[in-house]
Design a binder for this molecule. Structure first.
Ligand code: OAD
Length: 257
């Protein structure tokens, strides 16, 4: 018996138990139970802010101080959040499967804080900074207060958060790895993503077209739902521990004499 109702239960659990190559794509929903605001939906970040005023290269060129203030506010917010049970299961699954890859659209660093060693960050990280002019290496940056704003590179240009903005391409190497891993996945899980922001939203579809068994974990229907093999309805922090337990029941505690 599992704690969750798994659609097409026998086949889904069996495929996951036997899978050698598992790929997971996460979105903002995986961090919702850590109280990180999602982008869309109730309380979503784009409800209160207009993306084009804050998350575009044009917005940064127009008002780098405003853009930095928004990102520093988000750094502070996330600094007070802790990884949840879903992040922890995904960190453990690195050891559970022969090949396991975590691809995330999140910039919050919670997967790493839960113990995931090297998630592919498709949209960059809130906790890195780089030059806005030179294509150099980004550096880790956890500051929540910077004075004066914007910070400047040694070359004189303003530095920017190392995140992907609307209208920008994704980091090429990350995207290429994500595409090739999705093509060879046996089981692919799309967790907590609205499935509308491209190219990330194509990954589950590419995996499905290449023969993977695709699962969605989300409390709500998304545009992906109709295309997946099984949709698991509920919060990731509940569904993932239940799924983990279902594929690998822990030993019952030994009876005390
Ligand atoms: P969204 O905010 O678009 O979608 C969040 C999804 O998580 C929704 O489908 C919710 O139903 C679901 N959800 C909410 N609570 C959940 C929970 N407890 N467990 C599981 N799922 C839950 O976030 P993303 O799909 O990640 O890009 O958005 C994609 C990209 O759009 C973001 O990376 C960001 C944004 O614009 C950039 O900033 C480039």
């Amino acid at each position: 018996m599992t704690a969750i109702r798994v659609p097409r239960e026998e086949e889904t659990l069996d495929r996951l138990r036997r899978a050698r190559r598992v790929v997971v794509l996460t979105g903002a929903g995986v961090s919702a139970e850590s109280r990180v605001p999602t982008f869309r939906g109730p309380g979503g970040l784009w409800r209160d802010f207009r993306p084009e005023e804050l998350a575009t290269p044009e917005a940064f060129a127009r008002d780098p101080v405003l853009v930095w203030e928004w990102y520093l506010w988000r750094r502070g917010l996330i600094g007070n959040c802790e990884p949840n049970a879903a992040h922890r299961v995904l960190a453990r699954w690195e050891r559970r499967f022969r090949s396991f890859t975590l691809i995330t659209q999140n910039v919050d660093g919670l997967h790493q804080r839960a113990g995931s060693s090297a998630p592919i960050e498709l949209h960059g990280s809130l906790f890195r900074t780089r030059c806005s002019r030179e294509a150099g290496t980004a550096r880790e940056d956890r500051r929540v207060r910077i004075e004066p704003l914007p910070p400047r590179c040694a070359c004189g240009a303003p530095e920017r958060p190392d995140v992907v903005w609307f209208g920008e391409g994704l980091p090429l190497e990350a995207l290429q790895s994500a595409l090739s891993l999705s093509r060879s996945a046996e089981v692919f899980l799309a967790i907590g993503t609205s499935g509308i922001v491209q190219p990330a939203a194509s990954l589950p579809r590419i995996a499905a077209a290449s023969g993977a068994w695709v699962l969605e974990v989300n409390p709500e229907d998304t545009p992906l739902t109709a295309e997946v093999n099984a949709a698991l309805r509920g919060p990731a922090g509940v569904i993932l521990p239940a799924l983990d337990e279902a594929i690998e029941p822990r030993d019952p505690p030994s009876p005390t004499p």
